[in-house]
Ligand binder design. Structure first.
Ligand code: ADP
Length: 185
């Protein structure tokens, strides 16, 4: 629970990054994680790719499997954040309804961060070579190409990674966290 001024009572928050593959979620999350640890906060990252190799191993990319994956991430993020940890999630989380479900559970511990970059820009970066395959039709159900992405309507933070540097993007998130969490003395 949070106090009335919006400061997190025990430091627990969930920083929920959402955006296309290659938009910059993991890159920003990693910097934010390191910086928050330096400040003495307890932090855990639930990265989309990492979760899919363990917690959600075996799940695919149908709507049903994507929803299950995101519900699992939200479940763990809730456990962590209600116990004073800053939980950072960095999964595409394409469906608004499931993100809103997570928000309903975590209420004011939930901080939605829209990591915004166009499909064209993500394809130009093509960090993992996936867009090329998706455009050739070699990957079915690829978010932004052959599967939907529903951007947040009212996120706490929007980061435009086509206009901002990585450092500026991380600084924007950190400034928000500073306004919500009191760093331990
Ligand atoms: P995601 O986790 O969203 O799939 P990644 O973080 O793996 O994306 O990849 C994002 C790529 O975009 C990286 O190569 C990163 O260096 C680049 N990039 C360019 N500008 C930014 C920015 N402002 N914030 C984050 N990443 C950026």
């Amino acid at each position: 629970m949070s106090s009335q001024n919006g400061a997190s009572h025990n430091g627990g928050l969930t920083l929920w990054f959402t955006g296309l593959s290659g938009a910059g979620k993991s890159t920003i999350a990693e910097i934010v994680e390191a910086e928050l640890r330096n400040r003495g906060l307890r932090v855990e990252v639930l990265d989309g790719d990492v979760v899919r190799t363990n917690l959600s191993k075996g799940l695919g990319f149908s709507k049903q499997d994507r929803d299950t994956n995101i519900r699992r991430i939200a479940f763990v993020a809730d456990l962590l954040s209600r116990n004073g940890v800053v939980a950072i999630t960095a999964a595409i989380s394409p469906y608004r309804e499931i993100r809103d479900e997570a928000r309903a559970v975590m209420r004011d511990r939930f901080v939605e961060i829209y990591v915004k970059a166009s499909v064209e820009e993500c394809a130009r970066r093509d960090v993992k070579g996936l867009y090329e395959k998706a455009f050739k039709g070699e990957i079915k159900e690829f978010t932004g190409v052959s599967d939907p992405y529903e951007p947040p309507l009212d996120p706490e933070i929007t980061i435009d990674t086509e206009a901002q540097t990585v450092q500026d993007s991380a600084a924007q998130v950190l400034a928000y966290v500073d306004s919500r969490v009191q760093v331990p003395a």
